[in-house]
Write a protein that binds this ligand. Sequence first.
Ligand SMILES: CC(C)(COP(=O)(O)OP(=O)(O)OC[C@H]1O[C@@H](n2cnc3c(N)ncnc32)[C@H](O)[C@@H]1OP(=O)(O)O)[C@@H](O)C(=O)NCCC(=O)NCCS
Length: 155
Amino acid sequence: MLREPAADDRAALVELMASPEVHAFLGGARSREEVERALPTEPARRPGLFVVDFDGATIGIVTLDRRDPERPGRGGGAIELGYLLLPDVWGRGFAVEACAAALRWLDDVLPGEPVVLTTQTANSRSMRVATKLGFVELDRFEEFGAEQWSGIRRA
Ligand SMILES: CC(C)(COP(=O)(O)OP(=O)(O)OC[C@H]1O[C@@H](n2cnc3c(N)ncnc32)[C@H](O)[C@@H]1OP(=O)(O)O)[C@@H](O)C(=O)NCCC(=O)NCCS
């Protein structure tokens, strides 16, 4: 289930943000202390920020945000899909299922809006998720010392 963040998601969100495995292709994790300090007690809520809930357990987040036009690569200013799941649930199809639901939500609120996503080419799980969701290559570029792949999904 996708839902808005609640106060008792905090522990799982700290786990997610401080996990070296989750951030292996995202420039490395921040320390648990740093994440604890940075994360507000009352979670931020905005349209396009979803917690992924599986049978009452918080297992990750899916985001739809405008990509900063100052960032390298094509697709600046477009809506960008992001996804992070806790490692113990990887490989069970949750990422594809959760992202597809978020994209359906977007198709309802902003019909016709294209969506981009960016991932390191070395992040093979994430590349697979992008392909399964129907994203096609838009660009490849270097950022954070690694090759990045950006894909686009036209409505
Ligand atoms: C990317 C991520 C969300 C994928 O989650 P997931 O739940 O494993 O994804 P799914 O199970 O829905 O699908 C993964 C696909 O990768 C495949 N896969 C599983 N293990 C794999 C591996 N070791 N290498 C490559 N592909 C793998 C799965 O088989 C599946 O494809 P298939 O259904 O065709 O077999 C998860 O690994 C994650 O949170 N990573 C850290 C955060 C991140 O890198 N996010 C991407 C940047 S936005």
